[in-house]
Design a protein around this ligand. Structure first.
Ligand SMILES: [Zn+2]
Ligand SMILES: [Zn+2]
Length: 394
């Protein structure tokens, strides 16, 4: 958990939300996955094996990591591969609905779970032609998309076996961010309704070989340190019992699990490429013109007069005040290239660690932050949008 300033009443937790184990095609056990999570400093993980909800592994705290079990569902008999759906927070296996994407989404919602389209846009090469994009864009009711799938973001670089091995050995030299086509598609979708973006590693930790050289590609540790989804919550986790490494105190687990799910459901989260510098402490919020509390210049209102309820954070929909203005605020934990986007177009940018912007139009606003690392700009932070609506629209 990030240390929070006195001006910020939010709690922050981060984790990997898309992980595979030996229960499907991953190479590691729950213990291997947790070892990676501990070394990466993660607060939570979602195990999402293919078409199986791993019931024999209870959800709970393992070595301080909130371990949650979802699943990644797809139709194994589909001729053209794709339509992978991350189903988080489901209570029973929904993979029997895989053939009908809309029914699958409905089944997830019936269980109060969350449905996210996994790696919905993929770009490959001749070497690895087989892709797994989303096909049925006519579906409705899903909560969001996996904006940046770490595994998938390497596909376009594997133009030869030698290069594929190089990618496997030095992944951070290659990946630069979500696919531009994916960002464009997301901007298109959010014009219609809020669509939450997550970042997932899709860790499998499988071994790639070229002649005598072999290399385990994207281990659990590497993935935990790389691409995470950071969630903001209004109340803190209860955490595990103090004695013992493993805790299954059901009510605490249920409480903390619901906090994570609610943060993801509402888009109170961002995608952080933590390998380029930890993204903890990033904030994007909107506040109405006149402030009633807190010191001038404080980054979030403090004190009783200006509470969390008086500001909107990423994921929220806010009404443009008829009089006065709405101010968007961005704060990053380090100086970097901050870009504020309105309906997918950059409207303000700068190499800095704070940006303020007075909103005049009802639109969809989001933030990208880019950082120079390993010789080129890398996508560092991708916020969920703040949706600004006109008063009449309500
Ligand atoms: Zn998948
Ligand atoms: Zn996967």
């Amino acid at each position: 958990m990030a240390p929070l300033g006195p001006d910020d009443q939010l709690h922050e937790y981060f984790g990997n939300i898309h992980m595979h184990t030996t229960h499907s095609d991953g190479s590691g056990s729950f213990d291997d996955l947790i070892e990676g999570a501990v070394r990466g400093g993660l607060d939570f993980v979602f195990v999402t094996d293919h078409n199986v909800l791993v019931r024999e592994e209870e959800e709970g705290y393992r070595r301080g990591v909130l371990t949650l079990v979802g699943q990644e569902v797809h139709d194994t008999e589909r001729e053209v591969t794709g339509n992978h759906m991350l189903c988080l927070g489901v209570e029973t296996d929904v993979s029997d609905q895989a053939k009908e994407p809309q029914r699958l989404i409905d089944a997830v919602r019936e269980q109060n779970g969350l449905a996210f389209l996994a790696h919905p846009i993929e770009e490959g090469t001749k070497l690895f032609e087989r892709l797994y994009p989303w096909h049925n864009w006519e579906v409705t009711g899903y909560h969001g998309i996996e904006l940046w799938n770490f595994l998938s973001s390497f596909r376009g670089f594997t133009t030869s076996y030698a290069r594929a091995l190089l990618v496997a050995m030095l992944p951070h030299r290659f990946t630069v961010g979500p696919l531009p086509a994916m960002l464009a598609k997301w901007d298109e979708l959010t014009q219609e309704r809020p669509v939450v973006a997550l970042g997932g590693t899709d860790v499998h930790a499988v071994v790639y070989s070229l002649g005598p050289i072999s290399r385990r590609f994207m281990t659990y540790v590497e993935c935990a340190k790389a691409l995470n989804t950071h969630v903001l919550t209004r109340v803190p986790f209860r955490g595990q019992p103090e004695n013992g490494d493993t805790g299954f105190r059901a009510e605490n687990v249920r409480h903390d699990r619901e906090l994570v799910l609610e943060g993801l459901r509402r888009g109170h989260c961002w995608v952080g490429y933590d390998l380029a510098g930890r993204t903890e402490g990033f904030r994007f919020w909107a506040e109405a013109g006149t402030r009633t509390g807190g010191d001038e210049g404080a980054s979030l209102p403090s004190g009783a007069a200006a509470t969390y309820e008086s500001v909107a954070i990423m994921g929220d929909t806010v009404t443009l005040p008829a009089a006065g203005s709405l101010r968007l605020q961005v704060r990053t934990p380090d100086q970097a290239e901050i870009r504020l986007l309105r309906n997918g177009r950059v409207i303000a940018q700068g190499y800095t660690d704070t940006i303020s912007y007075d909103v005049r139009d009802p639109s969809v606003y989001r933030v990208e932050v880019w950082k120079n690392r390993w010789g080129k700009p890398r996508g560092w932070i991708f916020s969920n949008p703040i949706y600004v609506r006109r008063a009449e629209e309500e």
